[in-house]
Design a protein around this ligand. Structure first.
Ligand SMILES: Nc1ncnc2c1ncn2[C@@H]1O[C@H](COP(=O)(O)OP(=O)(O)OP(=O)(O)O)[C@@H](O)[C@H]1O
Ligand SMILES: [Mg+2]
Length: 228
């Protein structure tokens, strides 16, 4: 008999700082859902109010783009420590730890959920622009790329990207967003990063559990899908 090893499906999820109030309960849900369904979920934290503060003071305090970039990445760490306060989900700082955790869980027949702290990775692989155009959405896509994934799920506080009439755009191409200079609720750099790396981003409302469940299972939900 031939032994076949089936890799767990991995989801790289950016948990938005806009969901500050609900963030911990969403993380708890992601952890439990990963365990229940044998999924591997890597959570990249947003910057939330911590990054907003840096943005607010950056011009008045004369902080350079260079310093603001690293301060904002550390803002993601602050949100990560907030999210995992009282929620048992490991914080990991190295990509190798993720595959290690995944293999262990796979052997035990379970799922995994971790929160990734991006500072070390970005210091070592300093490939993104140091500007306000790059923030946690692009960093989540960068982490996904490094993990060999072609998709990120952005969990935020709206149903997706709205058009100018307030309707949800269900599908949009990153290259069209670039052409039109239209961002909706994503980082300025994200469309370019997705187009260049042939990646997708699904934007889903974190306040709707049934949507989160489906999107993690790869099923169709009310959302916006950004295609390359
Ligand atoms: N066209 C649009 N479609 C959808 N949301 C939009 C649009 N224009 C502006 N927004 C705003 O973008 C917000 C979501 O993006 P925001 O960056 O605030 O959240 P996040 O990415 O979840 O958080 P963080 O950046 O702190 O991680 C929404 O609450 C909405 O008010
Ligand atoms: Mg944002």
């Amino acid at each position: 008999m031939v032994a076949v090893s089936v890799a767990m499906s991995m989801s790289v999820v950016k948990l938005g700082g806009s969901l500050f109030k609900e963030g911990r309960s969403i993380l708890r849900f992601l952890r439990d859902f990963a365990a229940e369904r044998g999924l591997s979920i890597v959570v990249v934290p947003g910057g939330g109010p911590f990054a907003d503060f840096i943005r607010k003071i950056s011009s008045s305090a004369g902080i350079s783009d260079e310093a603001s970039h690293w301060m904002s990445i550390l803002a993601m760490h602050q949100y990560a420590f907030f999210l995992t306060d009282g929620v048992e989900v490991p914080l990991v700082e190295r990509l190798e730890e993720i595959s290690h955790t995944e293999r262990g869980a796979e052997k035990a027949g379970g799922g995994t959920c971790v929160v990734f702290l991006p500072f070390n990775l970005l210091r070592e692989e300093d490939e993104l622009k140091h500007s306000w155009d790059v923030s946690s959405d692009t960093i989540a896509a960068f982490v996904a790329k490094k993990l060999g994934e072609r998709k990120i799920i952005k969990i935020t506080d709206v149903d997706g990207i709205y058009d100018d009439k307030g309707r949800i755009i269900h599908r949009i191409h990153a290259r069209d967003m670039i052409k039109r200079g239209f961002l909706g609720c994503v980082d300025a750099e994200l469309p370019r990063f997705l187009a260049e790396n042939r990646m997708r981003c699904i934007i889903v409302n974190g306040k709707r559990r049934e949507r989160l469940e489906k999107v993690l299972l790869g099923e169709h939900v009310e959302c916006t899908e950004i295609l390359p």
